[in-house]
Design a protein around this ligand. Structure first.
Ligand code: KIV
Length: 287
């Protein structure tokens, strides 16, 4: 079957998909990708500029992650991020996304109290942003939340392993699912999310063999971040992927040095304004 007729750009060896030919990546494509062994690509985006660039690059799922808290809003972690902030950011990304699915995190405090609270938050995100799926952190504990949202027509991604909203309980950013008992519990949580109707599960900072085992036992796809290669897809925080800062986690590869390029451009601009070489005649209007 011609790979390029399907959503997503497939492997580098395949013919790239022209943007105009790409269809919107939807929930059923998640299952199709898993079945065909085609990796799912996911990247965070927090605004229209990055949303457009990543959509055009062929990303299957744009995650409006609450990682915007520590990556673009200047917070220490994801915990202060509000539903209002997620709505604004999700709307900006959804406006840009022509082909990618737009997935939005329910932030800390917007769903834990009850399935009904989760539904109210997800409905608001859907109505006000145009997103197509939401992500919730947690396992069995949030299965009733997942079931209610799914029943209401809202696709839900689970998130297991290191769950940033619980970093205070987990004792910081630490690998989760190490040891037989913890690995078993993680697989049970993944199965509970699947039974509740989740369409995929993100596995963050999980030993590669544990992620591989979860991937094997689940019908729904697993998307790894620091979970090795034997998962159904990968997600990274875009600022880590593009080399925006001096530091990125061990599991993230820097595919570019965008931070340096931006800094160079800003310094060149400062220099040319100060020396009055910018604007040049071609940047000016005639009388
Ligand atoms: O908020 C986020 O960016 C995430 C990823 C780390 C998966 O949840």
């Amino acid at each position: 079957m011609a790979q390029h007729s399907l959503p997503g750009s497939g492997t580098a060896a395949e013919t790239p998909v022209a943007p105009a030919q790409r269809k919107r990546f939807r929930v059923h494509h998640l299952a199709e990708h898993k079945e065909a062994g085609r990796k799912i690509t996911m990247l965070t985006a927090y605004d229209t500029i990055t949303g457009r660039i990543f959509d055009e690059a062929g990303i299957d799922v744009l995650l409006v992650g609450d990682s915007m808290g520590d990556n673009t809003l200047g917070y220490e972690n994801t915990i202060p991020v509000t539903l209002d902030e997620m709505v604004v950011s999700a709307r900006a990304v959804a406006r840009a996304a022509k082909h990618s699915m737009v997935l939005v995190d329910l932030p800390f405090g917007s769903y834990e109290a009850s399935p009904e609270q989760a539904l109210a938050s997800a409905v608001r995100l859907f109505k006000e942003s145009g997103a197509q799926a939401v992500k919730i952190e947690g396992g069995k504990r949030v299965a009733p939340h997942v079931e209610l949202l799914t029943g209401a027509g809202i696709p839900v991604f689970g998130h297991l392993g290191f769950t940033p909203q619980s970093e205070n309980m987990l004792g910081g950013k630490r690998v989760q699912g190490r040891g037989d008992e913890a690995a078993e519990l993680l697989c049970e949580d993944a199965l509970a999310l699947q039974e509740a109707g989740a369409v995929a599960v993100v596995l963050e900072m999980v030993p590669a063999p544990v992620a591989a085992r979860a991937t094997e036992i689940l019908r729904i796809p697993t998307i790894g971040i620091g979970a090795g290669s034997e998962v159904d897809g990968q997600v990274l925080v875009w600022t880590d992927m593009a080399g925006m800062g001096d530091w990125s986690p061990r599991f993230a590869k820097q595919f570019g040095q965008v931070g340096q390029a931006l800094s160079d451009a800003a310094r060149a601009y400062v220099g040319e304004v100060q020396s009055a070489t910018f604007p040049a005649p071609e940047h000016q209007y005639e009388h």
